[in-house]
Design a protein around this ligand. Structure first.
Ligand code: B12
Length: 562
């Protein structure tokens, strides 16, 4: 059978096309490849189906091109895959456009957000036929065999002949992940380039880059995360080290230079990591890799081995330097554990240790927030990101807010709120912004003076791929104060700090359904006008600035969406 899979995303959120094409003639994107659809495509092809993929990060395949291709290929199934609440508005619009052009084609949604809101999504988005919940590999195969009557296909939500929504039984979590083929990375006309760390979208290598998933799930119950629920109540499943190493070898043979493991918690099982790293070393692995994990991991003694096997970056979800806030978030980690893990990672030879922090947690005071910055300045982290805490349905924090009457399950389920906008125990957005600005200045100055060598090494890496004046601007930005107008450097900084893009993405989820298409189309037209080719800066900076999201944010605000 013929399937079209589309990775739906805001084309300018975490995906920046570069003007220069790759050696293979493909458009290059700084960002993450759509590994969800790539995984499904590989499974489909192995079973003899045809599969064509699209990624909305590709500027050459906007919605109308995708719809035309659907009309031309007349597939049996179109699968729309998206990760988060922030992509749901785009998925709805695309599904409506497909349905308007083709009354018959079957349309399925899948991914974390759709899974956790399956019944509501099916009710709201009447254009689609099915919501596929959880792991998609077996679901999509079973669905293709039962497109007309999916009543026996586990983990599918659909509507029967009377229009009654059927939420089919959940299939048991698949534990044998080695049974699936490696993702189909060669059939999307895009090449990806390394961006590191996520919240600082600076290019650290122009090598061919991809992602891999070596395990699924996380057993901890942090109140802001929905992954335990997505994975059958905190279950963790992993591929064998042999299977992972075989994929790395395959990637090396195919010219990849960088791989990021998108596991929810890579560091969980020491034996598995040790075997994997040793095999990578023995096999002469040259791919530089990165991963994410908790600081209380029992794998700390393995950091030197990881570094030896080419692990270059380790991203820790540190969240706060204040124990009370960590406990409120149910992070189940101590500030001492943070210090220990970061020190061990650096001593173990990990080149870039990144700290993710959140600001504006429930009950967090100004002093506690400032304490987090002071804590960050003493840590040996190389890079850091400070994001405002957000809440979305599926997380324990959302459930708490529903009980406290801060969100309405019926009206708000698809919205992505900054906690500061809805929780009276959180400092206001303006206060957070001000504190963040002041403290970042101190933090950067402290890092440069206290750890000059470490800072120099990191900046040298940036400078390998970014124009030197942009690197200086990156450092100087927090000290320059507010400027009017979007200068080139200002745009760079917006992209680097990412705050405006994130705010715009969150705001878009608040736009009423019937105004969505107008808002999205309007903002995309604004983006195009703003970034006419002649205004575009040179290659590497260009890669980071194809958006000025203020237009979009204002559109949402003008409509008084909340
Ligand atoms: C890597 C990652 C990113 C990366 C890259 C994403 C990308 N373009 O691929 C970056 C850093 C860019 C990112 C950004 C964001 N992310 Co993120 N991210 C992840 C992470 C850790 C892994 C995603 C992944 O690659 N999974 C591996 C693939 C194989 O799995 P998959 O895509 O889910 O697909 C499988 C199934 O879902 C299913 N499936 C998927 N689609 C379909 C379609 C059909 C038809 C079928 C049948 C099945 C099916 O089959 C696939 C194979 O089993 C997840 C956590 C997680 N485990 O999902 C968070 C996660 C998705 N992110 C999250 C968030 C909030 C965000 C941001 C909004 C953060 C922010 N404020 O900036 C942005 C939004 C970006 C966007 N465009 O949507 C949340 C979403 C929660 C929610 N309800 O909204 C998650 C769940 C993290 C969390 N702990 O809560 N993210």
């Amino acid at each position: 059978m013929r399937v079209i899979l589309i990775h739906v995303r805001d084309p300018q959120f975490y995906a920046y096309p570069i003007e220069e094409r790759s050696k293979r003639g493909h458009i290059q994107i700084i960002g993450f490849p759509p590994i969800g659809i790539m995984s499904l495509s590989a499974v489909l092809k192995r079973e003899g189906h045809e599969c064509t993929m699209f990624d909305q990060a590709n500027p050459e395949t906007p919605n109308d091109v995708i719809v035309d291709e659907i009309q031309r290929l007349q597939p049996d199934l179109v699968g729309l895959s998206f990760l988060s609440s922030t992509s749901y508005p785009y998925a709805k619009i695309l599904a409506r456009q497909i349905r308007a052009a083709n009354a018959k084609v079957k349309i399925a949604f899948g991914g974390v957000f759709a899974t956790l809101n399956a019944i509501r999504v099916k009710e709201q988005c009447t254009e689609i036929d099915y919501v596929c919940r959880g792991d998609g590999e077996q679901v999509i195969l079973d669905l293709l065999d039962n497109l007309e009557n999916p009543s026996d296909v586990k983990s599918v939500t659909w509507a029967d002949g009377d229009g009654t929504i059927q939420n089919n039984l959940e299939r048991p979590l698949e534990r044998d992940l080695d049974q699936w083929p490696f993702p189909d990375r060669e059939n999307l006309p895009l090449d990806f380039v390394e961006t590191m760390p996520f919240d600082v979208p600076a290019v650290l290598s122009m090598d061919r880059y991809t992602t891999m998933q070596t395990s699924r799930g996380c057993p901890w119950e942090c109140i802001f995360c929905d992954i335990p629920i997505f994975n059958g109540g905190g279950k963790w499943r992993a591929r064998s080290p042999e299977h992972v190493v075989a994929e790395m070898e395959y990637l090396q043979e195919n010219g990849y230079g960088g791989v990021y493991f998108v596991d929810d918690h890579f560091l969980l099982q020491p034996k598995r990591i040790e075997t994997m790293c040793q095999a990578l070393i023995d096999g002469g692995n040259t791919i530089k890799w990165g991963c994410e994990g908790r600081v209380d991991s029992v794998c700390m003694k393995l950091f030197p081995l990881m570094a030896k096997s080419q692990c270059r970056s380790l991203m820790f979800g540190l969240e706060s330097g204040n124990q009370k806030t960590l406990d409120r978030l149910k992070k189940d980690q101590t500030v001492e554990q943070i210090e220990l893990a970061v020190n061990n990672a650096k001593k173990g030879g990990i080149e870039i240790v990144h700290g993710f922090f959140v600001l504006g947690s429930p009950g967090e005071t100004e002093e506690e927030m400032r304490q987090t910055f002071r804590f960050a300045s003493k840590l040996r982290i190389d890079s850091f990101g400070f994001n405002r805490l957000c809440v979305y349905r599926g997380t324990p924090l959302w459930t708490e807010y529903a009980h406290r009457g801060l969100v309405d399950e019926e009206k708000d389920w698809f919205k992505y709120f900054k906690c500061s906008s809805i929780d009276p125990t959180v400092l206001s957005g303006e206060q957070i912004h001000k504190i963040r600005g002041e403290e970042l200045q101190r933090l950067i100055a402290y890092k440069l003076l206290r750890y000059p060598l470490q800072s120099f090494r990191l900046l040298r890496r940036f400078a390998r791929y970014m124009p030197i004046k942009d690197v200086f601007y990156l450092i100087a930005k927090p000290f320059l104060g507010k400027k009017t107008g979007a200068t080139r450097a200002e745009l760079l900084s917006q992209a680097v700090e990412h705050q405006d893009v994130k705010s715009a993405a969150a705001d878009l989820t608040l736009v009423p359904d019937d105004q969505l298409e107008a808002v999205i189309t309007g903002s995309q037209a604004l983006d195009k006008n703003r970034m006419s080719t002649k205004d575009r800066p040179a290659m590497h900076t260009d890669a980071q600035v194809p958006h000025d999201v203020h237009g979009r944010t204002n559109v949402a605000k003008d409509m008084d969406v909340r």
